[in-house]
Write a protein of this length. Sequence first.
Length: 141
Amino acid sequence: MSGKQIFTTPQDVENAFYEALERADLDAMMLVWSEDDDIVCLHPGGPRLVGYRVVRDAWRRIFEGGPRLQVRIAQQSVVVTPFAVLHSVIEHISIRDREGGTAPVAATNLYVRGALGWRMVAHHGSVVPPDSLLETPKIFH
């Protein structure tokens, strides 16, 4: 495991995740993930992917077309626990060199701290209708 980057905060992991996504850099993408067989990734409209190899293969297929995505993050909410940190964000994704707007995606990213610093253990993205992104008051049950 020599040469592994140590992420000192969950935000460092998240920044590296979105940079790797925009660059279509598979090696950089997999550096942010835990090497645990229990990691989980759900891309919008896709199946539930479990395990390091399965997640890596899915990212490899996504990146085959080269760097073409641009991502702007908005509305970040953070939940901190003693052992994990959860980020909920809206990803505004656009495709370079293509006319049209962005595809908003609600994403949840879960990070845990281990011997090599913070790593992603789950990413779940779901497409949301653009008109649902208006700020709404928090409702407590």
